[in-house]
Design a binder for this molecule. Structure first.
Ligand code: FES
Length: 168
């Protein structure tokens, strides 16, 4: 599905599945338009984002969903980075050691994970691919080179889980 808007072609949309099937599955991963995309159904809403974490390419599919700083996030299983479902924002917690006592606060790293738009068209779920032109962190893991690396070593994203140097 692709629609002309003001002479420019709108970002393409891709069929994911019947709404009831996606709701039942809760998470659906699909390779669409050259990207691995994860569609999530959580508490009555659909979300879509690049399937591999911006930090080191961990597979987000099995990440827990939790609320941090009043935002729903997927927690990458590899190093526990928190990524907001709606915006793809990287959140982290830190405290100022000068502050007595130090109080942990949430901060944003900005948009790190590319998110896509989910459309419900008469009970069919489509994903409209992000048309943000600037590079976003998770783009790195969507290249053909990275895809080939994963095919050579299917455990590559799980291997990131053994590297516990990441920040949490
Ligand atoms: S790969 Fe996701 S937190 Fe490191």
């Amino acid at each position: 599905m692709s629609v002309e808007q003001n002479g420019e072609e709108a970002p393409a949309s891709y069929f994911i599945g019947k709404k009831e099937d996606v709701m039942k599955a809760k998470r659906v991963s699909k390779f669409i338009n050259g990207r691995d995309v994860l569609v999530i159904y959580y508490e009555g809403k659909f979300y879509a984002m690049d399937a591999y974490c911006y930090h080191a390419g961990g597979l987000l599919e099995n990440g827990d969903i939790e609320e941090f700083n009043y935002k729903l996030c997927i927690v990458c299983p590899s190093h526990k980075y928190k990524i907001t479902l709606a915006e793809g924002e990287g959140l982290y917690q830190a405290s100022d050691p000068e502050e007595k006592p130090p109080i942990p606060r949430w901060y944003s790293k900005g948009i790190k994970q590319r998110v896509h738009t989910v459309l419900d068209v008469g009970g069919d779920i489509y994903v409209k691919m992000s048309d943000v032109r600037k590079s976003i962190g998770s783009d790195y893991y969507q290249t053909e080179k990275q895809r080939q690396e994963r095919q050579k070593c299917p455990e590559i994203s799980a291997a990131a889980a053994d590297d516990d140097e990441g920040e949490c």
